[in-house]
Design a binder for this molecule. Structure first.
Ligand code: ZN
Length: 189
């Protein structure tokens, strides 16, 4: 399994955890045009601890995998569920650049086979190496909040929709052994 380690500059400043605390894998998509743009967002310092928001792993459209945060560190990738989870981000345009426009809520970029096959390989690798990891879900299942649309104050849209309707959940379920727990994941923070 080829994983290209590209630690974020603030990786060591993130809180540590015993690896047995990791139970849940959360699937995201970047909703950005490319990996370089995602990196720029990931590197931004947003908290007094000198850290920001990012997943642990990023999979590009060609299937290449980068690790930005090691699994023993708690990354900020999903509200309320960071402590026990690993975030995997797929590069995909999603609703970019008009995320909250009510007329732009149906992403149309499919996930290429190379990207999905590498995601399956990564899931199986993590499942083998982290015995406590048994559950999987999508960011959209854990964050179902609605916010005011950018184009019309009378309309509410989903804050998070990743990985979205084009993500092949059924295929992932067939090829991996993690249990999809949807929105029932327990909150730890
Ligand atoms: Zn997400």
């Amino acid at each position: 399994m080829q994983i290209n380690k590209q630690p974020l500059e603030y990786e060591e400043k993130l809180d540590s955890r015993p690896i047995e605390q990791v139970q849940l894998l959360v699937i995201h998509c970047t909703e950005l045009p490319d990996l370089t743009t995602a990196r720029t967002y990931g590197e931004k310092i947003l908290y007094p601890s000198g850290t920001g928001n990012s997943g642990h792993f990023y999979i590009d459209r060609d299937g290449s995998i980068e690790q930005w945060v090691k699994p023993e560190k708690i990354a900020h990738h999903v509200k309320g569920h960071n402590k026990q989870s690993i975030g995997v981000e797929l590069v995909n345009t999603g609703r970019y650049p008009d995320w909250l426009n009510s007329n732009n809520q149906e992403p149309d970029e499919a996930y290429p086979d190379e990207q999905i096959d590498q995601l399956i390989a990564l899931i199986n690798h993590l499942h083998r190496t982290i015995p406590s990891l048994n559950h999987i879900t999508g960011h959209e299942d854990l964050d179902q909040s609605r916010v005011t649309a950018s184009n019309d104050p009378a309309i509410k849209v989903r804050r998070k929709i990743d990985p979205g309707p084009l993500f092949p959940w059924q295929y992932i379920t067939q090829k991996t052994q993690l249990i999809n727990i949807g929105s029932t994941a327990k909150k730890y923070e």
